[in-house]
Design a protein around this ligand. Structure first.
Ligand SMILES: [Fe+2]
Length: 163
């Protein structure tokens, strides 16, 4: 687990970006109790060009990886009971992300909903992240009832390897 990933100005930038794009919240994964906003709709380079802080955010994430990795996409995900109780049974992600890694970052939450890799569960606090291989490692979150107002807000940085 990685602690203290971003600085407060970087976190403020992310929160403002989410607010500015809140009308784009996508319910594609509503059966998981999650709604998403793709923060890199025009690619990561366009995201980095938004602001020096956006570039810092990407550089910070890549600093946790070996050379030759890049960020393919950044997605914001928000789990609440708006559509259904959030649920993430054990699974591996589809093969289209083969060799990919994910940098899962906890932006904010008001409940503790651990993330489990191959059955080992860890509780992330705000500004913590965990790296794993979503196509190769079973991952899930324990069954938990979300009450009205409970939320878990995450960022998924999808990491790929240069060919
Ligand atoms: Fe997954």
């Amino acid at each position: 687990m990685i602690k203290d990933v971003f600085t407060q100005p970087q976190i403020d930038f992310i929160n403002q970006l989410v607010l500015d794009n809140y009308d784009k919240l996508d319910s594609r994964y509503s059966e998981r109790g999650r709604e998403d906003i793709v923060l890199t709709p025009n690619g990561t380079a366009a995201f980095e060009n938004l602001n020096p802080i956006a570039k810092e955010i990407c550089d910070r994430v890549l600093s946790y990886f070996d050379e030759g990795k890049y960020i393919n996409a950044i997605t914001y995900g928000e789990y609440t009971n708006k559509h259904t109780n959030p649920n993430l049974p054990p699974h591996k992600d589809p093969i289209h992300t083969k060799n990919g890694l994910t940098f899962d970052y906890l932006l904010d939450s008001n409940v503790d909903w651990p993330i489990c890799l191959e059955g080992d569960c860890v509780s992330l606090e705000k500004n913590d992240a965990i790296i794993f291989s979503p196509c190769e490692q079973y991952h899930h979150r324990p069954e938990m009832i979300f009450n009205d107002g409970d939320y878990v807000k995450v960022l998924f940085f999808m990491i790929r390897t240069n060919q």
